[in-house]
Design a protein around this ligand. Structure first.
Ligand code: PMP
Length: 449
């Protein structure tokens, strides 16, 4: 009878035991350091301080507000109807019955979840149908979808560039790009927002030093509502030969006469940009992200990007809703016109009221920059009391001392809702400034910290 591997002789067992003891002896540290409790971590302590300040000044906490209905132009918070300026539903498709019907049908056919990664467990027809439609929309060869927009940026950037490359990004790119940049291991540089002279200086200084250079910008900036000069970027690209990535999360459906994004503003062909990135969660009223570009690019990402290879596929119902919304966007350009009309109306009214709207061009995103975080917080809470849902944004989302109220405008808002929101905001900010809130909060902070 042959002996099984696990059946060791007494001698072998004793040898294995003493080898294991030796190994443990070598590895046991002389002093055990216990990991700190979560409530002693700096992040938790900072949150507590912010809450204490909020309580002291009756500012409350505007985070995680509960909306009882669809986050459209009107929603319901604390059992009251509010005019909502806190939703990405820029062209009203999250409420449209057609994407909802497509999603329900997809659930009936394919179930709620995709249930596994496409690479190993296969895809549903709606995945490719959506990707082909996105590729057509950008006039490029192919596209790939991911379960989240945030994961799309991280996965794509970290897959394409590595330690022999460099990334140069606009200082205002979204956190998802920043995290991808950090993970990539590439040399990182950034230039002041939309300052392409500064970008050119970096390109000239670093020419010839890397295998590849990736330049990352947004097509419509999420915190500021402005756009880059894409024509200048294309000129720089032909001079210096870098890869250009444009995050169109807030461009699609919002920018350009028919909502095709920043390339439509500058009349640039889709193939002129190497990597188009976007999300399904804004104008398309769904959830997920995508990359559109050359066949080779998409092939690399399909087989190498961790967010594609090691993550579940986009839920078929979300793909079906996004595909239907994309078709509606193409067939109903009036939605885009209405959104842009509302955005321009908001911008003009806000500027007339003396509000600081920063660089916004007046489409779906208009910030009202107030400076101190406490002002943004208090104004947001007071706006809610007066029937408007507008969220405050503070550091690190935006530079220190540039806290703001960020208004997301939609094609569904009425002009009356827009002008009421502007007037009430101006009133509230005047009152808050007169009340010396900043000074009170500053002294509360020094009392606590
Ligand atoms: N890019 C930009 C510019 C964004 O603003 C966001 C989030 N709003 C993302 C990417 C991530 O997209 P998602 O929220 O769909 O994951």
């Amino acid at each position: 009878m042959t002996r099984r591997k696990s059946q060791l002789s007494a001698q072998e067992r004793s040898r294995a035991l003493s080898a294991a003891k030796d190994a443990i002896g070598r590895k046991t540290p002389t002093k055990i350091v216990r990991s700190p409790s979560f409530d002693s971590l700096p992040g938790y302590k900072e949150r507590q301080v912010m809450r204490d300040i909020g309580r002291l000044q009756n500012l409350g906490d505007p985070t995680f507000r509960e909306l009882a209905t669809r986050p459209g132009a009107v929603s319901q918070i604390q059992q009251k109807d509010v005019i909502n300026f806190g939703s990405y539903d820029y062209i009203g498709l999250n409420a449209d019955p057609r994407p909802a019907k497509a999603a329900k049908q997809a659930i009936d056919t394919f179930g709620v979840s995709a249930s596994a990664s496409r690479l190993t467990a296969g895809q549903r027809p709606v995945h490719r149908a959506l990707e082909e439609a996105l590729a057509r929309h950008y006039d490029v060869e192919d596209a790939l979808t991911f379960v989240s927009g945030h994961a799309t940026n991280i996965s794509t950037i970290a897959t394409l560039v590595g330690k022999n490359d460099q990334i140069i990004s606009d200082a205002f790119v979204h956190n998802s790009a920043t995290v991808g940049i950090q993970l990539s291991g590439a040399a990182r540089r950034s230039f002041a927002h939309n300052d392409f002279d500064a970008l050119e200086t970096i390109l000239a200084d670093t020419a010839g030093q890397y295998r590849a250079t990736l330049v990352i910008v947004e097509g419509h900036y999420s915190m500021d509502g402005d756009i880059p000069d894409l024509r200048r970027l294309i000129d720089l690209k032909s001079k210096y030969g870098f890869w250009l990535m444009v995050d169109e999360a807030h461009g699609l459906g919002c920018i350009g006469p028919t909502g095709k994004g920043v390339r439509e503003v500058f009349d640039i062909p889709g193939q002129a940009v190497d990597i188009w990135m976007g999300t399904l969660s804004k104008s398309l009223g769904s959830t997920g992200g995508y990359i559109a570009g050359s066949r080779a690019l998409i092939d690399i990402l399909k087989y190498e990007a961790p967010g594609s290879v090691y993550s579940v596929a986009l839920a078929p119902n979300l793909a079906a809703a996004a595909l239907t919304s994309l078709t509606i966007l193409e067939q109903e350009p009036d939605r885009v016109a209405k959104l842009q009309d509302n955005g321009a109306f908001f911008l003009e009214a806000a500027q007339k009221a003396g509000l600081d709207t920063g660089f916004s061009i007046g489409s779906s995103i208009v910030p009202v920059i107030v400076g101190h975080t406490a002002l943004a917080l208090a104004a947001s809470q007071e706006l809610l009391q007066r029937g408007f849902n507008v969220l405050p944004i503070a550091f690190p989302g935006v530079p220190m001392n540039e806290a703001r109220l960020r208004f997301f405008i939609s094609s569904e808002h009425t002009k009356a809702q827009v002008s009421d929101a502007v007037n009430v905001t101006a009133d509230i900010l005047n009152d808050l400034r007169e009340s010396q809130l900043e000074a009170k909060v500053q002294s509360a902070i020094s009392g606590i910290t």
